[in-house]
Design a protein around this ligand. Structure first.
Ligand code: 9MR
Length: 573
C-alpha cells in the first residue's frame, strides 16, 4: 500500500541499531516497474513492513506467512512491494527486527553493476598490461605472455614433439588462478556469445571502456575475441586435437600476474571434452562473425570441423593431469575432467549443424535426454539454447517442437521451485560455484520468458539476480563492490596481491558450497548449506571467482535490463 505522495509523513522511521542483517534485499536495488521482494528473517509476531525514505514511512505492506527453510535453518517472511514504483533511495523496516541496508529504485539501477560485471573479463585478461585509462587504480603489468609454452608428452602430436614450444597467447585467466582451460572457456565464452546473439541491438549500444571500445564492434564481441584468439591457438593444426589447458605446473602463490610469469608454462593432453568444447564454441563464433568478419568466421568454422573430426576419432579420451615424466613435471592445477561426452557431442553437433546445415551432425542431436542446468561438465542445454534461436532454419531436420518443450519443461520446474522456496529463488542445492548455477537458472528462465511472454518467468529470473546481489541466506551481495555488504576477500590472485584493500569490483564469488564444510577454512562455515559461505581468501570452495560464473551473471544482468527496456516500450505504446 503506497501512502499518498512520497512526502507523506505517516510515522517516523528512526534507525534503530542498524545491523541490517535480517532483512535480505537486492542491495543494489530494484526497477521501478518490476517485481520487488525483500525477505525478512526471524520477525516474531510481525505482520507488517514499512518502506522509509529519509525518516518518513512512504509505504506499508503485509508480510507473508512465516515459512521455515531447512537449508538455512531460518524462519522467513516475504515483503512484496512490487506496487511501490516511486524512484528514490529507501530502507525497509520491520518492527522488532531492524532496518535494512539502503537500496535504490531507479530505471538505471543496474547500470553500474552490469558494467562492472562485464568489465571483469578485461581485468582478468592474460598477456596484456591493464592500464589506468581502463582500469583506474586496478592497473597491473602484463603477465603470462604464453609465447613459449612447452608441449608435454601427453600433448605431443605428429608434428609437435614433447619439449618443443608453441605460442598460445591472450585469453582470460580462468579464475583465481593464472591458468587457461579450454573446457571451461567453452561454456563461458559461448554464454557470452549467446548473450550477444539474443541481445545484439542492446549490446551494440553499450561500452564499458576497454582498449577496443573505439572500434566499430560491440565491446562484448571485442572481449570475446580476446579469449577466442587464445582458444583457437590451443588446437594442434596437424590433427585437429585440442589441448586441455595452458598451465603452470602448480598453482602460484598470491602474487601479481607478472610476478608469477617466470614459471614455465605447459600445454597438457588433448582430450575429447576439450575438442568438443572447442568445436562448439568456434562453430558458434563462426555464425556470430559471419557477416562482421568473414575471414575470422571461416577460420573458426574450419577449426571447429577439424576438432569435431578429432573427437569422432577419439570419442573417449578423458583428461588426467600429467604425471612427472623425465624432465617434465607433475601437473597439479585444475582438472575439468569428464567421463560422459554425450552432452559435449550433442552441443558441438548442434552448433556445427546450425553453422553448416550438414546432416552428418543430426544423429548426435538427441533431444530425448535429460537437460540439466548448464555447467562446465554438462553442456547439453547449451545446444537447446542455440537450436531454439535457429529453429526456423533447422526445422526440417530437427524436432524444434521438442526443443521448445525441453526448454519449457525446465523453465516450469524452476518456476515451481521458486514459488515454493522461502526466498522465492529457485534453489535446492549448493554445489561448488552455486552462484553460477543460480545465474544459469536465470538465463534459462529468460528463455521461458522469451518463449511465453509470461512475466512470471521474467520475475523469477529477476529473483536469481536479486539472489546474487543479497537476497540470500548469507546476506552478502556476491558481486565485489556492489551493495552494502559485499564479498571483499575473493579468492582471486590479483585482488589478493595488488595491495589495494578489498577485491577488484565486479567479480562474482562462487557462492555457498554445501560440501565445503571444514574443507579449506577451518570452522568458518555454517552447517546449513545455504549459508556455507565464507568471505575469506582461504575459501577457494566458496569465494573464488571464475569465468563460468561471471559469464552467466553478465548474461542475466544485461538480459534483464534489455527485457525491461522492451517492456517499458510496450507499456508506453
Ligand atoms: O568449478 C570447478 C568445480 O566444479 C570443481 O568441483 C572444482 C574441483 O575440481 O574445480 C572448479 O574449477 C576450478 C579449476 O579446477 C581451476 N581454476 C579454478 C576453478 C574454480 O574454482
Amino acid at each position: 500500500m503506497k501512502l499518498g505522495s512520497i512526502s507523506t509523513i505517516f510515522s517516523l522511521c528512526i534507525a534503530i541499531s542498524v545491523q541490517a542483517q535480517h532483512i535480505r534485499i537486492n542491495q543494489v536495488g530494484y526497477f521501478p516497474r518490476a517485481q520487488k521482494i525483500a525477505i525478512v528473517e526471524g520477525a516474531k509476531n510481525q505482520s507488517q513492513f514499512e518502506i522509509c525514505a529519509n525518516k518518513n514511512v512512504v509505504y506499508r505492506g503485509e508480510l507473508s506467512q512465516q515459512q521455515a527453510w531447512d537449508l538455512s535453518g531460518e524462519t522467513l517472511q516475504i515483503a512484496d512491494f512490487s506496487d511501490f514504483t516511486q524512484c528514490g533511495s529507501y530502507t525497509i523496516r520491520v518492527k522488532g527486527v531492524e532496518q535494512s541496508y539502503p537500496f535504490t529504485i531507479a530505471e538505471t539501477v543496474f547500470y553500474n553493476v552490469d558494467n562492472a560485471l562485464a568489465k571483469a573479463f578485461y581485468l582478468n585478461r592474460a598477456g596484456i598490461e591493464i592500464v589506468p585509462e581502463y582500469a583506474g587504480k586496478y592497473t597491473r603489468k602484463a603477465g603470462h605472455p604464453d609465447t613459449a609454452v612447452i608441449i608435454l608428452p601427453s600433448a605431443a602430436g605428429p608434428q609437435r614433439k614433447a619439449g618443443e614450444v608453441i605460442s598460445t597467447p591472450k585469453g582470460w585467466y580462468d579464475a583465481g588462478d593464472y591458468n587457461k582451460y579450454v573446457v571451461n572457456s567453452g561454456i563461458s565464452t559461448a554464454t557470452l556469445l549467446l548473450a550477444y546473439e539474443n541481445y545484439s541491438a542492446y549490446f551494440d549500444t553499450l561500452t564499458w571502456n576497454i582498449p577496443e571500445s573505439a572500434n566499430e564492434q560491440a565491446d562484448l564481441l571485442d572481449e570475446i575475441v580476446w579469449n577466442l584468439d587464445w582458444v583457437l591457438s590451443m588446437q594442434d593444426p596437424a590433427d585437429g586435437g585440442v589441448y586441455n589447458k595452458c598451465t603452470e605446473a602448480a598453482f602460484s602463490g598470491v602474487v601479481m600476474p607478472h610476478e608469477a610469469s617466470n614459471s614455465p608454462r605447459y600445454v597438457v593432453a588433448k582430450g575429447t571434452s576439450a575438442a568438443l568444447n572447442f568445436a562448439a564454441l568456434t562453430a558458434f563464433a563462426a555464425r556470430i562473425f559471419k557477416e562482421k568478419n568473414p575471414e575470422y568466421a571461416a577460420q573458426c568454422l574450419s577449426a571447429a570441423q577439424k576438432a569435431w573430426q578429432w573427437a569422432v576419432q577419439n570419442p573417449h579420451v578423458e583428461y588426467y593431469n600429467a604425471k612427472a615424466d623425465g624432465d617434465f613435471p607433475n601437473i597439479r592445477t585444475g582438472w575439468y575432467s569428464d567421463k560422459d561426452f554425450s552432452d559435449e557431442f550433442l552441443w558441438a553437433a548442434s552448433e556445427l549443424f546450425i553453422a553448416t546445415h550438414d546432416t552428418i551432425y543430426v544423429p548426435y542431436i538427441n533431444l530425448n535426454r535429460e537437460f540439466t542446468i548448464p555447467w562446465w561438465q554438462s553442456v547439453e542445454a547449451m545446444a537447446l539454447f542455440s537450436l531454439y534461436n535457429h529453429r526456423a532454419e533447422i526445422a526440417q531436420a530437427i524436432d524444434t517442437a521438442r526443443v521448445k518443450e525441453q526448454l519449457l519443461f525446465t523453465a516450469n520446474n524452476l518456476l515451481v521451485l521458486q514459488e515454493q522456496n522461502p526466498y522465492r529463488t529457485p534453489i535446492t542445492d549448493f554445489p561448488w560455484g552455486s552462484n553460477g548455477v543460480m545465474a544459469n537458472k536465470g538465463l534459462w528462465l529468460l528463455y521461458g520468458y522469451g518463449i511465453t511472454h509470461n512475466v512470471a518467468y521474467f520475475n523469477a529470473a529477476l529473483s536469481c539476480f536479486d539472489y546474487l546481489l543479497g537476497r540470500n541466506a548469507t546476506g552478502y551481495s556476491f558481486v565485489a563492490g556492489y551493495g552494502s555488504k559485499y564479498s571483499k576477500n575473493l579468492h582471486h590472485r590479483p585482488s589478493g596481491a595488488d595491495g589495494i584493500a578489498g577485491s577488484i569490483p565486479g567479480f562474482v564469488a562462487g557462492g555457498p558450497n554445501g560440501n565445503s564444510v571444514k574443507r579449506d577454512c577451518g570452522n568458518h562455515y555454517s552447517t546449513y548449506a545455504a549459508k556455507a559461505y565464507y568471505d575469506g581468501w582461504c575459501s577457494f570452495t566458496t569465494n573464488e571467482i571464475a569465468i563460468n560464473w561471471q559469464a552467466p551473471a553478465v548474461y542475466v544482468a544485461h538480459a534483464l535490463v534489455a527485457e525491461y527496456e522492451k517492456q517499458k516500450k510496450i507499456k508506453k505504446n
